[in-house]
Write a protein of this length. Structure first.
Length: 120
């Protein structure tokens, strides 16, 4: 008999909805959401609606690309060439491995600290 004393509560929990029909589900604010991609020899910043907001032709398919806090993009322009490109598509900083160095590539890049062009 003791197990039946919870029955009215269980029925009430099944009958009363958790929320009202007028409540809308919570959706995250994605108004500033952007996609940054590097493929087919170009880098693009795409809006949530799919509109290309910014595009830069590189002629190289790299995998490291960074949208920096100042709006510039740090990207690979070749297997041994990294650059920071501004919103108006000007190279503001770049690094290229010196000629004569052993055959190697820059496999990744990342801006470090607050200074322009710090490279890891």
């Amino acid at each position: 008999m003791a197990s039946l004393r919870w029955l009215p509560l269980a029925v009430l929990a099944c009958v009363v909805p958790a929320g009202t029909a007028s409540e809308k589900p919570i959706t995250p604010d994605r108004s500033s959401y952007r996609v940054l991609g590097h493929d087919r020899g170009r880098v693009a910043v795409v809006t949530p609606e799919g509109k290309v907001e910014w595009e830069y032709k590189t002629g190289f398919d790299g995998h490291d690309v960074w949208l920096l806090p100042n709006g510039n993009v740090l990207l690979a322009l070749g297997p041994a060439h990294v650059a920071e490109v501004s919103k108006d598509k000007k190279v503001v900083w770049e690094y290229t491995l010196a000629e004569g160095e052993p055959a190697c590539t820059i496999s990744q890049c990342e801006r470090k600290g607050r200074t322009e062009g710090s490279l890891e």
